[in-house]
Ligand binder design. Structure first.
Ligand code: SF4
Ligand code: SF4
Length: 336
């Protein structure tokens, strides 16, 4: 049964995306809230204070995408602030056919929400460096929260990774991050601070100098547990020049992002011109997928979008990295 449902998703992907060249919602990020229990120095998301989508709408939405979407990603704000998140997790994991479910969290509430985690396939925890550095950026107690989250996931036998935001001062934290990740066997994805902050005054204080960024990327390239692909890191090394793609971005073609206000965007960049203006009709999500603007895009700091594009474009080094990342996750599962 599971095999035939998997075959059905492969059939629909081949028919709609490859043969008919239609957009296909392979990977969908759901921003379930803009609220957060931390106030990280570089993040503007909580200030957006958008009205949360109702759980009923979210469940209807995932059901209307369910025979196509392979990967759902839950993020925010802090998604674990939603007391009803378990309802959405169950709705996604009860969809027909295989579905990979990921969750991005700062980790602080995680040990109190074990019931939600049981059915998450991979959790990504914010991890910027040592206690002193992490707490300075993200607030007192946030480092201990992240560490407790990792311990909880290990005890539950669950797979986790870390997300590290590269900014000014991160260079001195790399040794700590590499050692901690190596000791516990988890991957680390590195993203630039510009993903979270756009205000020029803030960025002046928060961003690394070009020399700092270049030195960091050179070291990250040698770190075997970095989940970024070599080409993704090359793009980051262009800093302060914005990364660009040598091919059309697949944002709005194979991956999409739903903002907490119910608008469907091309990608997690959530640019105003890259959304469907009306809130999504949760029962007709596929129509909204087809309406997402797909004008040529000059690039962005959303490294995740670039990695997805290279993966869907079958760039060999990205596929090799994908396999390596999967092997790290597998080794972690076996070690628990
Ligand atoms: S970076 Fe994440 S944890 Fe920090 S304030 Fe923003 S949403 Fe919250
Ligand atoms: S290049 Fe960036 S902003 Fe443009 S569609 Fe891709 S992920 Fe989105």
């Amino acid at each position: 049964m599971a095999k035939s449902l998997c075959t059905q998703k492969v059939f629909l992907f081949t028919r709609d995306y490859i043969l008919r060249r239609k957009p296909y919602p392979f990977s969908v990020t759901l921003n379930v809230t803009t609220a957060c229990n931390l106030h990280c120095s570089y993040c503007e998301i909580p200030s957006h204070a958008l009205q949360e989508p109702s759980m009923e709408d979210l469940v209807r939405l995932v059901r209307s995408l369910g025979d196509r979407t392979i990967h759902f990603n839950l993020t925010g704000g802090e998604p674990l602030l939603r007391k009803d998140l378990g309802v959405l997790v169950d709705a996604i994991k009860n969809l027909p056919g295989p579905t990979y479910l990921t969750l991005f969290t700062n980790g602080k509430l995680l040990s109190k929400r074990k019931e939600v985690l049981e059915r998450i396939d991979e959790t990504f925890i914010s991890f910027d460096g040592s206690r002193e550095f992490h707490d300075r950026r993200r607030g007192a107690g946030s480092f201990d929260g992240a560490m407790e989250a990792m311990r909880t996931l290990a005890e539950m036998g669950k797979t986790y990774s870390a997300t590290c935001v590269l900014g000014r001062g991160s260079e001195q934290e790399l040794d700590f991050i590499f050692e901690h990740a190596t000791k516990h066997g988890f991957k680390v994805g590195f993203i630039p601070v510009r993903v979270y902050s756009r205000s020029p005054e803030k960025l002046d204080e928060l961003e690394p100098t070009p020399e700092e960024m270049h030195r960091m990327i050179a070291r990250i390239k040698k770190f075997p547990l970095a989940s970024n692909s070599p080409r993704g890191l090359d793009q980051l090394a262009k800093w302060p020049q914005q990364p660009t793609l040598d091919r059309p971005c697949m944002g709005g073609t194979t991956f999409f992002a739903l903002e907490a206000d119910g608008r469907l965007y091309r990608c997690c960049e959530r640019r105003p011109e890259q959304k469907v203006p009306e809130p999504i009709d949760p029962d007709r999500a596929l129509e909204w997928v087809e309406r997402v603007p797909r004008d040529p895009c000059e690039g962005c700091w959303n490294i995740e979008g670039m990695e997805m594009t290279m993966m869907f474009s079958l760039v060999p080094s990205s596929l090799i990295k994908l396999v390596k990342n999967a092997r790290v996750s597998h080794a972690m599962r076996k070690s628990h």
